[in-house]
Design a protein around this ligand. Structure first.
Ligand code: APR
Length: 241
């Protein structure tokens, strides 16, 4: 990492995929307005009614696979930043869609898992999955029946790759937060990690102030498809503020 071009960490949330047609969680009419998260996004909910949970993720998986959901200009701008920024650019996404990948981002951590993957709780095998998932589907790896679940991190479970994320946060020169309400930890606490461990510039790009807005040195508000490409263009032409 050169001093002139320090590494950049970008945290993204549901807001970056909103203009691609995927719902957020806490905006008006969001997913948690329609479904009780205790029923579909907790291990207890899965144990209580696995079929309800599978249907919830089947519907979202089908939307991603079958409808014309495409990456938007914000996803594309972040992939451009990864290609053209001379230092490392790491995207840490809370989203379980595949729009960052489809926009061309490769240095990416899905800290809440991925909708297009499933895992077997008997053998731990994680595999790509683009169709409906039934609990009684035998695991293709170990043939165990009844242990297949979405590879998604539920409330009360440990997010993925936290050590790598903390390492990246403590060493970066710019921390960008895009399209997240700052409601859910540990992601909502990443800006504290950056401020405590380093001297990175911090910026929030969102439709409206998040719960942690005041912690960011810079706030840029507007739709992600407008503010993210403009911010990336400024970074690439003028550097980190
Ligand atoms: N452009 C930019 N930001 C937007 C847009 C848009 N077009 N539309 C909405 N937003 C913003 C909202 O203002 C809100 O602050 O995106 C944010 C979405 O917040 P949430 O719905 O809470 O989603 P997120 O922050 O990603 O939730 C975090 O909570 O339920 C869990 O696992 C789930 O990963 C999710 C986590």
């Amino acid at each position: 990492m050169s001093a002139a071009h320090p590494s950049i960490v970008v945290l993204t949330g549901a807001g970056i995929s909103k203009e691609s047609g995927l719902d957020t969680f806490r905006c008006a009419g969001g997913i948690w307005d329609r479904v009780n998260l205790e029923d579909v996004a907790t291990p207890e909910g899965f144990a209580r009614d696995p079929a309800l949970v599978q249907r919830f993720y089947d519907d979202r998986r089908r939307q991603l696979v079958e409808s014309d959901v495409q990456p938007n200009a914000a996803h594309v701008a972040l992939a451009r930043l990864e290609r053209e920024w001379p230092g490392e650019v790491l995207i840490v996404t809370q989203n379980i869609d595949d729009l960052h990948e489809r926009a061309g981002s490769t240095n990416l951590i899905h800290m809440h898992g991925e909708l297009l993957k499933v895992r077997c709780d008997a053998c731990g095998t994680i595999q790509a999955w683009r169709t409906d998932l039934h609990v009684e589907t035998p695991c293709p790896a170990c043939a165990h029946v009844g242990a297949m679940r979405p590879h998604v991190v539920w409330f009360g479970e440990m997010p993925l790759q936290m050590e790598r994320i903390h390492e990246a946060l403590s060493g970066c020169g710019l921390f960008l937060s895009v399209g997240t309400s700052g409601n859910v930890y540990p992601a909502a606490g990443f800006v504290h990690v950056v401020l405590d461990l380093g001297d990175a510039h911090t910026a929030e790009l969102n439709l409206e102030p998040s719960l942690g807005a005041s912690l960011f040195e810079e706030q840029v508000y507007g739709p992600a498809t407008e503010v993210v490409p403009a911010y990336v263009e400024r970074l690439l032409t003028k550097g980190i503020p």
